[in-house]
Design a binder for this molecule. Structure first.
Ligand SMILES: C[S@@+](CC[C@H](N)C(=O)[O-])C[C@H]1O[C@@H](n2cnc3c(N)ncnc32)[C@H](O)[C@@H]1O
Length: 220
């Protein structure tokens, strides 16, 4: 069902291939990579061959979702799987590339989104790359406006009707925020303004890193 949901969104696999390319393109030694919300294994599947297993840390609080990621990883005992939230990771280790793909839109905007981003920011090495994808719409009616376009694509490619209904039911119930709010949260967490690199229907992906003046941002 997870694969089917991904297939039903035009081009969604781009965010995983882009992540793989950024890791492969990282200058110097192979980067240390942190996959936040690694459950399901889509990132592991995409980047597993581009980074030594020992450089890869995968964190997710869901034991079931993490089990799927382990299954995808296969016999790669060096990948470090951590059952927990990114906020629970020790802060004395930093990573050159950190991914947060389709995680934050599940968190309420009551401080949880900001705490989540701050936890990632404090584990990102100076000069490191942050890849972030979220469901994000300009206004509350956007999902309804885009729904018929989504349905046209999903039906055209023969997506499972249950997956289509699941997507249409799930998205409006998520605590999503508009792009301006994402930018504010990034600034408050000490990240540089996010650069949008992908957009399809209600899915978006951005690249960022440490803000040059992050101390100011961290205090607001
Ligand atoms: C929709 S899934 C996305 C999984 C994967 N990143 C992908 O793109 O296929 C969201 C995952 O984020 C995990 N998650 C939620 N809050 C988290 C947190 N604070 N730290 C790490 N993972 C979290 C959930 O358990 C879930 O497995």
């Amino acid at each position: 069902m997870y694969r089917e949901l991904q297939r039903s969104i035009p081009g969604l696999d781009t965010i995983y291939r882009l992540t793989e390319a950024l890791i492969a393109d990282h200058p110097g030694d192979p980067p240390r990579v942190l996959v936040v919300g690694a459950g399901g294994g889509r990132e592991i599947e995409a980047i597993g061959a581009s980074v030594p297993a020992a450089n890869l840390t995968a964190v997710d609080p869901s034991a079931d979702n993490l089990a799927l990621a382990r299954l995808i990883a296969g016999p790669a005992p060096d990948i470090r799987f951590v059952e927990g939230r990114v906020e629970d990771l020790p802060t004395d280790e930093t990573f050159d590339v950190t991914t947060s793909l389709l995680v934050m839109h599940h968190l309420p905007d009551d401080g949880a989104k900001l705490n989540y981003l701050r936890a990632i920011r404090s584990r990102l090495a100076s000069g490191g790359t942050f890849v972030h994808a979220d469901i994000c719409v300009d206004d509350p009616d956007a999902v309804q406006r885009l729904a018929s376009i989504y349905q046209a694509h999903a039906s055209h490619i023969g997506a499972n009707p249950e997956a289509i209904q699941l997507e249409l039911r799930t998205i409006p119930a998520l605590p999503v925020v508009p792009p301006a709010r994402i930018e504010t949260l990034f600034a408050q967490a000490g990240f540089a303004p996010p650069q949008e690199v992908f957009r399809s229907l209600w899915y978006r992906c951005w690249i960022s890193g440490h803000a040059l003046t992050s101390q100011k941002g961290l205090q607001t």
